[in-house]
Design a protein around this ligand. Structure first.
Ligand SMILES: O=C(O)CCC(=O)C(=O)O
Length: 296
């Protein structure tokens, strides 16, 4: 599914975009099912276990920001977790033993989808080693103006940045103090059916969707089977081992010298990264509801 050059690029840059992973039928089904969830969200007046809502969401004009754990709520999403081409990409990067973690679907509807401030996923869920990545499935075409993900190439080998503000974890990096050169950001665009794979330590974020087209991104977190979570470790063996999507399980976590900064005390606003980041003082991306919204 991917070449030796892709593997070398992933190791050097911390991300790759792989075109043509999903079939036209997969994409059509994902679009249809996602439209159904947006319809169902009309009934929600506040965040639920399934829906995270944009500010300004109403029954008349549903503004769904995220479907939480979509694989638990529809078989089409559940099937994508085990998609053989996705698993094959991860096995080229890490070898045979792959474990799923969690899934989420970030929607950026035409003209208002909220930005995601710069962050490293590792700040949320450090493990004993950092062979972890998020796979992002492009359900729509990702273009320069619809809030495609931005990444800082090579940042996966750098420090773990501070994701705290006023003494609490906020799930975002203060762009004014981080020392990161955001002008080096690269945008991950592609046709629907492409995937992104980004390393758990890679600095990434995305602007609001200022285009007239939706941008829906189904994100799966995966890890090598011998990576053991340092926070929220599993409390029961069966659910843990049932998340293995390929290869063998192990009772021997692999420990490596990875930098860790724990996400404590917990973010004052819980429920999603959008909620966590509400307490980030200085923001990089302009708000979705500013009609002049563009990436800074
Ligand atoms: O939706 C995006 O553009 C990025 C999402 C992301 O990084 C996250 O939800 O952790």
């Amino acid at each position: 599914m991917i070449s030796d050059q892709d593997v070398a690029r992933y190791q050097r840059d911390g991300f790759i975009v792989v075109p043509d992973v999903l079939s036209a039928q997969d994409i059509a089904e994902l679009q249809r099912v996602t439209d159904e969830f947006v319809e169902a969200s009309r009934k929600a007046t506040q965040h639920t276990d399934v829906f995270d809502l944009e500010p300004g969401h109403t029954a008349a004009q549903p503004r769904l920001r995220r479907i939480k754990t979509p694989n638990l709520h529809h078989p089409i999403y559940a099937r994508m977790v085990h998609h053989p081409k996705i698993v094959a990409v991860l096995q080229r990067l890490w070898g045979p033993n792959i474990r799923f973690d969690i899934s989420k679907l970030n929607l950026k509807a035409a003209g208002f989808g909220s930005p995601v401030e710069w962050h490293q996923d590792w700040a949320f869920y450090p493990h004993t080693n950092d062979d972890l990545a998020a796979v992002g499935i492009m359900i729509d075409d990702f273009t320069p103006d619809n809030g495609s993900m931005l990444v800082i190439p090579g940042s996966h080998t750098g420090p773990i940045h501070d994701h705290h503000a006023k003494g609490h974890f906020v799930g975002g990096i203060d762009p004014s103090t981080s020392g990161i050169d955001f002008s080096k950001g690269v945008m991950c665009t592609g046709k629907a059916g492409s995937i992104t794979v980004h390393h758990v330590r890679l600095v990434h974020g995305s602007s609001a969707n200022v285009s007239g087209k939706p941008r829906r991104f189904l994100l799966h977190q995966y890890r090598i089977a011998d990576a053991w979570p340092l926070i929220h470790p599993p409390t029961a063996w069966e659910p843990w081992t049932s998340m293995l999507v390929a290869g063998q399980d192990t009772l021997e976590p692999r420990m490596t010298a990875v930098p860790v900064r724990l996400p404590y005390p917990a973010a004052p606003n819980q429920g999603s990264i959008y909620e966590n980041q509400r307490n980030l003082g200085t923001r990089f991306f302009k708000d979705a509801f500013d009609p002049t919204t563009v990436a800074s």
